[in-house]
Ligand binder design. Structure first.
Ligand SMILES: Cc1ncc(C[n+]2csc(CCOP(=O)(O)OP(=O)(O)O)c2C)c(N)n1
Ligand SMILES: [Mg+2]
Length: 328
């Protein structure tokens, strides 16, 4: 794997700050649902935090990101404010989409979070369109599309890689391979051992990395970003990871291999990263504990802010949906 872009200590600490936020936010989301304070569909990303934490570190605020239903980690990593996020998942007026997007359709263009989609495979053609816009306007922005391993079996994945390869679009196809698509194990539905190999069919570089390793993940992200900004076109990154919970909150996960799951949870990437930062003298126990305490109190405030925010009024229903002045 590339070592040209090894992150220094300060960069690693920034990646850790994001990972700590994402982990705590997932834990809190499940808790808030369990206690009945919020009712919503929830797709846990616990176990996958390092991928967007490192990817976002390689981007600027101006770069774009298109994510999926299992994407709150991507959004937080890219800079969506906690208050706006929590208000949106709670369906309140102070949310990113005034409560009309809900947990599966958040956007926050101020930080480049352009679309969240629940249609498997659709993040990639949308990302291509945004990247094409950047290419035409010369704004030098990069677009990331995240998606799962299952999505790489959808036609839109193949069409998108082909077109991005032909037009050399400044786009990064970031596959978060968590080894399951809904309730189906990877090998039961995917013809190749490595999704990264599919890049070759479209003449674009395909790299597989350990997505749970911040150093490897950051190096791959930097290389893909540099390529895209230099006009050299797209990269397919297959980031290997694991989903610690069932597909959707409440799923009994009976179809998941118990030994595989236990091994993955024993190798939880966030505490491993934390322990290494301390062992290598990059941060002290006290510094990391302070970061984590801050994250918890920021989440406390966001949950209370969201639940105190009102639901949208009925007359909001068709606003922001149709062009101004066009009858609904
Ligand atoms: C076009 C389409 N087909 C099927 C579904 C139902 N569905 C939702 S998530 C999912 C699994 C996707 O798995 P993967 O791409 O690996 O992403 P993960 O959920 O593991 O992050 C399926 C089949 C859908 N939402 N859209
Ligand atoms: Mg998957």
């Amino acid at each position: 794997m590339t070592s040209n872009y090894a992150p220094d200590g300060a960069t690693q600490l920034e990646i850790y700050k994001r990972a700590a936020l994402l982990k705590a936010n997932d834990e809190r989301s499940r808790k808030v649902i369990m206690t009945g304070r919020l009712v919503m569909p929830y797709y846990s990303y616990r176990g996958q935090e390092i991928i967007p934490s490192a990817m976002a570190q390689a981007l600027t605020d101006d770069d774009y990101w298109v994510t999926i239903y299992r994407g709150i980690h991507d959004m937080l990593a890219k800079g969506m404010p906690l208050n706006d996020l929590w208000a949106e998942v709670a369906g309140r007026v102070d949310g990113t989409c005034k409560g009309k997007g809900g947990p599966m359709h958040l956007t926050y263009p101020k930080k480049g979070i352009m679309v969240t989609t629940g249609i498997v495979g659709s993040s990639m053609p949308i990302a291509n369109g945004i990247a094409w816009g950047s290419q035409l306007s010369g704004n030098n922005r990069v677009t990331v599309a995240t998606f799962g391993d299952g999505a790489s079996n959808i036609g839109a994945f193949h069409e998108s890689l082909n077109l991005a390869g032909v037009w050399k679009l400044p786009v990064i196809f970031l596959c978060q391979n968590n080894l399951y698509g809904e309730h189906t194990a990877y090998e039961k539905a995917t013809s190749v051992a490595r999704i990264a190999d599919r890049g070759a069919a479209y003449n674009i570089p395909g790299v597989r990395v350990n997505g749970n390793d911040p150093i490897e993940m950051y190096a791959a992200a930097r290389e893909a970003v540099e390529r895209a900004r230099a006009g050299e076109g797209p990269t397919l990154i297959e980031a290997m990871t694991f989903r610690f919970h069932g597909h959707v909150f409440g799923d009994s996960d009976a179809y998941m291999d118990k030994d595989q799951k236990k091994a993955a949870m024993d190798a939880d990437p966030v505490p491993i990263f934390r322990a290494r930062l301390i062992a290598e003298g990059i941060a002290s126990e006290d510094e990391l504990a302070a970061i984590e305490a801050q994250v918890e109190s920021d989440i406390d405030a966001a949950v209370e802010f969201a639940l105190a925010s009102p639901f949208p009024e009925f007359d909001e229903l068709t606003k922001d949906v149709y062009a101004e002045g066009v009858a609904a």
